[in-house]
Ligand binder design. Structure first.
Ligand code: ADP
Length: 245
């Protein structure tokens, strides 16, 4: 089954079009890197793909259901931008956050052995078992990203959507973080990653989509590097991109 099917989707903030005529499939098991210059609509497209926004026209299907009616929210794990600063000072532990991933299954009844196992396994898979009792507000950016991923794993999400997850994370932790995503993807998790660093995407993702309001390219990373899509979208520059619409 296809995880996400976007058909000719268009979205504008007021009268300002940000996403135009995007048609994109994300197969189950894919690791899609979504790249493009600053302000090219990546975050907006990600939100459209997982049903957080509704397109002005066109349609999005999540696991075969219309995205805006998709009721099985826990199947989608979303790690938004800036989780690194969003929860400063929250007196909540890592384990408590990860346990939240189980609550969708537990509106009735109590937290049982399956839930406890799911939480333990999730912490272990992302390598933060030793942080279980730490307060989230005290963690580094990279550690916090892992907490949010563990929460998604605890809820048995099938799709993980991440928006520039390693902004402000040091180089070594970044590498470890993307290695983790690779491992999770190898284990079957579908991943959509918004990322401004093209090197990260061409190294770790299995496919690349390049956006600049419209979709320039969707295919494998090697082809992306070899074709003109990159230069076309980035005006030939791989560095800091200034982009005014
Ligand atoms: P990217 O993730 O590629 O940087 P975004 O999807 O965040 O792109 O933004 C695309 C464009 O839409 C940018 O020009 C941005 O300023 C604008 N934009 C983003 N969010 C909003 C909003 N909530 N209201 C109005 N304009 C927005």
């Amino acid at each position: 089954m296809t995880a996400v099917e976007a058909r000719g989707i268009t979205f504008a903030y007021g009268d300002r079009p940000v996403v135009e005529g995007v048609t994109l499939d994300v197969a189950e098991g894919a690791f899609l890197g979504l790249v493009g210059p600053n302000g090219s609509g990546k975050t907006t497209l990600l939100e459209l793909l997982i049903g957080l926004r509704r397109p002005d026209s066109g349609s999005v299907t999540l696991f075969g259901e219309p995205a805006h009616r998709f009721a099985d929210g826990e199947r989608i794990g979303y790690v938004p931008q800036n989780v690194t600063t969003a929860n400063d000072g929250l007196p909540i532990t890592v384990e408590e956050v990860v346990r939240m991933g189980r609550y969708p299954h537990r509106w009735i009844g109590r937290f049982d052995g399956d839930d406890r196992r799911a939480v333990r396994t999730a912490l272990d898979r992302v390598g933060i078992t030793d942080l279980a009792d730490r307060r989230v507000g005290r963690l580094s950016g990279g550690q916090r990203q892992r907490v949010f991923i563990a929460r998604a794993l605890a809820s048995e999400a099938d799709l993980l959507a991440l928006d520039e997850p390693t902004v402000g994370v040091d180089a070594e932790s970044r590498e470890a973080f993307y290695d983790l995503l690779r491992t999770l993807n190898d284990d079957g998790l579908t991943i959509v990653l918004v990322e401004h660093d093209i090197g990260v995407v061409t190294t770790h993702a299995t496919e690349v989509a390049c956006l600049d309001r419209t979709l320039f390219f969707h295919g494998d990373p090697d082809t992306f590097v070899e074709t003109d899509a990159l230069a076309e979208a980035y005006g030939g520059s791989h560095g800091v991109v200034h982009h005014d619409h």
